[in-house]
Ligand binder design. Structure first.
Ligand code: HEM
Ligand SMILES: *[C@@H]1O[C@H](CO)[C@@H](O)[C@H](O)[C@H]1NC(C)=O
Ligand SMILES: *[C@@H]1O[C@H](CO)[C@@H](O)[C@H](O)[C@H]1NC(C)=O
Ligand SMILES: *[C@@H]1O[C@H](CO)[C@@H](O)[C@H](O)[C@H]1NC(C)=O
Ligand SMILES: *[C@@H]1O[C@H](CO)[C@@H](O)[C@H](O)[C@H]1NC(C)=O
Length: 688
């Protein structure tokens, strides 16, 4: 099959070279296999593949050396591994319960996934070959595959038409949501917001410089909670007992501070957003949905809670040490929850995923350094997961109604908001499921992919060890109509673009389609296990303030995170999936082994149970403002469409804010002093 491809490729090359006057660079057809490096010679008349160090040789690095051949023969394909990981409950029940087997399995997961990501990175978007900048210029996102060279005949090299399909047409025909399609594995909205909140700490495209650049720190640095630059970090701190600034409501509950109380924090709000509505968070765009405000709130409370615990352990520690140590604990908690519950749910693997850096203690080949790749950022645009609306009490609010407002949280209460997002479904990660507010984000990421000259979906499949799809029929799982349309638009399966391909692929047993989990998984596991905190000299109790801090890290779950930061009795179902109907509180790993027998055949796509939008009294405002657009503030200028159709059904008149007293330093600091802390109480005057 491989050699068959090569024969065809060579034939094409011969024809091209013979026929064309101005000769096409043979490297434009990506002839080298197995990560061999193509170099054209004799002014594009010929090419060589550099197979150095690859366990493959031959003109196109196609022939494995004997030991590799044996390993390839023994090694199960990714498809087989995926079936084993997501199926075979009896096997995993055994493995999960036998510690040494489980450790071996987890080590295999870490190492096999980590090895798929090159470290140091070879490419960025500036050149289609290695440069000194590939490693040293960290303003660039790294890249796993270089850009398609500019001088190639088509945007994908040689495959497909001279121009890629019209983006608006693609969006309208294949990606626009006609009817909400719920995520078929029971993923809830809490999962979607966790994903957005967590991932934005390292996906921080520098829009001013362009899609090739990032402002972020190449990994899990908890900047989504604490802020990225030093100014923001300081502005969000109280400088008392290690704690973050808070605003305390009538109930004594802590919330993130108002922006005017942390004025140097950069937040994006539409003009004329009342000051009382603007909050200061770790990421400028976390203003956009109350779900992000809720995630920010719970981490803020957890940080301050940990400070209290540490202060008891270490009465002599100053503010700085309490803050820094609590931050390390929060970072480790982020990794713990993300691997053990979030990725567990996302992958639907039956092997119990654990965050256990000790397993890498004796693995010298594991490199504790990470770069964020632009391909990872693109595939993580999970906008189809966003719901149409959230139902709170008797009201259903659309995303548009909730934009740039935390009113729904204030009106219905933190606990009901959390309960709502934990019990209402996220959207399915697939085509035909971008909601009205997010279709522009689809267009934007496709446009960026073109600007960056990302290689084809198939080239990425190959890089990550999956065979290229041979037809759109194979990609879509036999959808004749869809395949025919795509065939016409793209001309060739090898011309299919990266991001659209991710969502057009037939659905599978994971929450993400197969290719997305097998490309995203390596980036994710590598990024988290290569975090400095996972390295042997960090991963010890003293880093976290002693055994008490280390225990907090090791015992964290998403449920605890919420429940110990909410009033007793307020905390209901908390998980990354909907409550199960059998009434058993499903502990993710153990029960999913028995209960879910998901597979393509078991997937039922159901429309949202909550498409009925209630009319808000404030709708008068929306009819006033519905057709208006505002000029987006600096930083959003490259996504002008985001601002269109911005409707603000809720206004500040709906809530009566008691005047806020400028707080003293002591008032910021502690929950114990909540009773005396009259700073900025939220009070509802009349319902919205
Ligand atoms: C809930 C409604 C959501 C809205 C209104 C929204 C909106 C946006 C906007 C406006 C941008 C562009 C930001 C910019 O121009 O700098 C963006 C980027 C992005 N969104 Fe969302 N999003 C939502 C949900 C999600 C979710 C659930 C995810 C899941 C992971 C997600 C992942 C991303 C990623 C990875 C980017 C790129 C960030 C970057 O490169 O800087 N979004 N989104
Ligand atoms: C990184 O590359 C960009 C684009 O070429 C350049 O503007 C920037 O100065 C470089 N940064 C460093 C640190 O070299
Ligand atoms: C919802 O509506 C019902 C009937 O109109 C009412 O009895 C109930 O109190 C309402 N619930 C809330 C939380 O407003
Ligand atoms: C929405 O709810 C109203 C009253 O509760 C009902 O009459 C109407 O049919 C519902 N609309 C939809 C689309 O379900
Ligand atoms: C909405 O506007 C109409 C006319 O502009 C007015 O008669 C009505 O009282 C308003 N309703 C509310 C709830 O403000």
């Amino acid at each position: 099959m491989n050699s068959f491809n090569i024969v065809i490729l060579s034939a094409i090359l011969v024809i091209c070279i013979a026929a064309a006057e101005d000769v096409v660079d043979p490297c434009c057809s990506f002839p080298c296999q197995n990560q061999g490096v193509c170099m054209s010679v004799n002014s594009h008349k010929d090419f060589t593949c550099d197979c150095t160090g690859l366990e493959y040789y031959g003109q196109t690095c196609e022939t494995p050396i004997v030991s590799r051949r044996i390993k390839n023969w023994l090694r199960p394909s990714l498809t087989t591994m995926h079936k084993v990981y997501t199926g075979w409950p009896w096997l995993w029940k055994l493995v999960n319960n036998v510690p040494f087997l489980h450790r071996a399995a987890m080590r295999y997961v870490y190492l096999s996934r980590g090895a798929a990501i090159q470290s140091p990175p070879r490419f960025n978007s500036g050149h289609d070959y290695i440069t000194t900048q590939s490693h040293f210029n960290t303003s660039y996102y790294a890249r796993s595959l270089p850009p398609v060279p500019q001088h190639c005949p088509t945007p994908m090299g040689v495959a497909g038409h001279g121009e890629l399909p019209d983006i608006d047409e693609l969006a309208e025909r294949f990606f626009k949501r006609k009817e909400f399609i719920a995520e078929p594995h029971g993923t809830n909205i809490l999962f979607a917001y966790y994903a957005q909140h967590f991932s934005h700490q390292f996906f921080r495209t520098d829009r001013a410089r362009g899609p090739a650049f990032t402002k972020g720190n190449d990994g899990v640095d908890v900047s989504h909670i604490y802020g990225l630059d030093q100014g923001t970090q300081d502005a969000l701190r109280s400088f008392q007992l290690g704690k973050m600034k808070v605003r305390i409501d009538e109930d004594g509950q802590q919330f993130p501070p108002l922006l005017r109380d942390a004025p140097s924090v950069h937040m994006i709000y539409p003009p004329h957003t009342p000051q009382e509505e603007q909050v200061a968070l770790g990421h400028a765009l976390f203003s956009m949905q109350p779900g992000l405000f809720v995630m920010a709130t719970v981490w803020l409370r957890e940080h301050n809670r940990i400070c209290d615990v540490l202060a008891v352990e270490h009465p002599d520690w100053d503010d700085e040490r309490l803050y820094q140590t609590a931050k390390l604990i929060v970072l480790a908690q982020n990794l713990k929850i993300t691997i053990e519950e979030y990725v567990q749910h996302l992958s639907q693997y039956k092997v119990k995923l654990s965050y256990d850096p000790e397993l890498l203690r004796d693995e010298p080949q594991f490199q504790f350094s990470n770069r964020i790749h632009v391909e990872f950022a693109h595939l993580y645009h999970w906008h189809p997961m966003a719901p149409e609306a959230i139902t709170l009490g008797n009201n259903t609010y659309t995303l548009e109604q909730m934009s740039f407002s935390t009113k729904t949280v204030a009106k219905h209460g933190f606990a009901s908001f959390v309960q709502a997002i934990a019990t209402q479904p996220a959207g399915a990660l697939r085509h035909q499921n971008h909601g009205p507010m997010l279709l522009d984000q689809f267009k934007d990421v496709v446009r960026q992919g073109r600007q960056l000259r990302l290689q084809s979906f198939n080239n990425y499949r190959q890089l990550f060890g999956m065979p290229k799809y041979t037809s759109f029929m194979e990609l879509t799982g036999g959808d004749v109509d869809l395949s025919r349309q795509l065939d016409k638009l793209y001309g060739d399966i090898d011309a299919l673009e990266f991001y659209p391909g991710m969502l057009l692929e037939k659905s599978d047993s994971s929450v993400t389609p197969f290719t997305m989990v097998n490309i995203g998984g390596p980036y994710a596991i590598k990024g988290m296990m290569a975090n400095p905190i996972s390295s042997p000299h960090y991963w010890k109790p003293s880093t976290f303030g002693g055994p008490v801090g280390f225990d907090i890290v090791k015992s964290t779950t998403i449920k605890d995170l919420f429940c110990r930061n909410m009033k007793p009795g307020e905390c209901g179902h908390i998980a990354f999936h909907l409550p199960t109907t059998e009434g058993q509180s499903q502990q993710q790993q153990s029960n999913s082994v028995e209960t879910s027998s998901s597979g393509p055949s078991g997937i039922v796509l159901e429309p949202s149970p909550v498409p009925n939008y209630s009319t808000l009294p404030g709708d008068n405002h929306s009819s006033l403002m519905g057709s208006q657009t505002f000029s987006p503030p600096a930083g959003m200028t490259s996504t002008p469409h985001y601002a269109t159709n911005y409707r603000r059904a809720l206004t500040v008149d709906d809530l009566d804010f008691i005047e806020c007293q400028p707080p003293s330093a002591a008032q910021w600091s502690s929950r114990h002093h909540a009773a005396n802390n009259n700073y900025c109480r939220l009070r509802e005057a009349h319902p919205i």
